[in-house]
Ligand binder design. Structure first.
Ligand code: FES
Ligand SMILES: [Fe+2]
Length: 361
């Protein structure tokens, strides 16, 4: 089996070999080396409106399926493993009011800090309890009501979110509110990374998105690479559909319609004048992917305008091309291609990160 190697110099590099997308072995390795070592968004919008509750959540249920609980006590929200440290029973099966956490198998009890508190019939057990009997506490980040949890993260998420925040803090981020009517799940017949590849370049916009191409200024389209994340900037032909930057902002005077942020490996934060469209790419199997679209709105009056006028139409255009690539990548005549230095910096960045993570010891 081929080893995954991507040259860091884009002008010399080849794209990922097709085996990465087609071999079960690489799909399984991605789970272990990429997804288990990253940060994942968790769907927990209801927690923002409630208090003193425990919510069970399975992180990336079709791939990792890690059972955790979110526990909210006043404004303090924490995340713990939802697996009993005795014999592995699931502790909390449905949302409930905050009290002690008691396992319904043999009665082990934990306090709300995840610490072991009591276990019947264990008087004769030596060296017990130990820290292994507490529930594992997972790092949790609450970013303007969006929750991200680190399973066994290989990098920090906070500095990434801080950098994003710095660029977009002129927006009233504290007012972001989920809009369920504008949120939905898409199912795509492709490998998760083919979906990400497509997101990471604007190269295809004139070919695939005729409508969006009317709005975006293709010649000014820009990609900025950062550590474990990147940003594509969609410049606009029309001034009305752009961000209104304050005078001291680094982008003041520029006609920008959208900031497309991507955080390795599967989180997209598309920033528009009306708010944020969060996309999370969730692998189901090596040729099927679920993509969650969640809209967080801060200014309703700016919806349905500019680069986000018809997100659904753009998504269907993307799905169509991505599903075609899924068919092509299985061909015995295709192994890998080359990158446009001008237009595919984001895809190259992604492929470099994949090769870096998949080769982690
Ligand atoms: S598995 Fe929880 S008490 Fe036994
Ligand atoms: Fe696209």
């Amino acid at each position: 089996m081929q080893k995954i190697f991507v040259n860091k110099k884009i002008e010399l590099a080849n794209t990922l070999p097709s085996e990465f997308y087609t071999y079960e072995k690489f799909y399984n390795l991605s789970k272990e080396k990429i997804f288990l070592k990253s940060w994942q968004w968790i769907d927990s919008n209801e927690i923002n409106n409630k208090n003193k509750i425990i919510i069970p959540i399975n992180i990336l249920e079709d791939l990792i399926n890690e059972p955790v609980i979110l526990l909210k006590d006043n404004n303090n929200i924490k995340c713990y493993s939802n697996v009993c440290t005795h014999r592995g029973n699931i502790l909390v099966e449905k949302e409930c009011k905050l009290k002690k956490i008691v396992c319904n198998y043999h009665g082990r009890r934990f306090n709300l800090n995840g610490e072991f508190e009591f276990m019947p019939e264990f008087e004769s057990v030596k060296n017990f309890p130990s820290s292994n009997d507490n529930l594992k506490n997972l790092p949790l980040i609450n970013w303007y009501g969006l929750f991200f949890v680190g399973i066994n993260p290989h990098f920090e998420l906070s500095p990434i979110l801080k950098q994003i925040e710095k660029r977009i803090s002129f927006l009233a981020l504290n007012e972001l509110k989920i809009n369920n009517d504008l949120s939905r799940d898409y199912f795509v017949n492709s490998h998760w990374a083919i979906y990400c590849d497509n997101f990471l370049e604007g190269f295809h916009v004139p070919y695939v998105h005729k409508g969006l191409n009317e709005v975006l200024d293709y010649n000014n389209y820009k990609t900025e690479i950062y550590k474990n994340f990147n940003l594509q900037i969609g410049f606009s032909k029309n001034k009305d559909q752009c961000f209104q930057f304050p005078k001291n902002h680094r982008d003041y005077g520029k006609k920008i319609a959208a900031f497309y942020y991507w955080i390795f490996p599967n989180i997209m934060l598309n920033i528009y004048p009306w708010g944020i469209s969060l996309n999370v790419v969730c692998p189901i199997n090596k040729s099927k992917t679920k993509v969650l679209f969640r809209s967080y709105v801060l200014d309703n009056s700016k919806l349905n305008n500019g680069a986000s006028e018809d997100l659904n139409e753009v998504e269907l255009e993307d799905e169509n091309i991505v599903e075609n690539v899924q068919k092509g990548i299985n061909s015995s005549f295709y192994n890998s291609g080359r990158f446009s230095v001008e237009r595919e910096k984001g895809v190259h960045h992604f492929h470099c990160l994949i090769s870096q993570f998949i080769n982690l010891k």
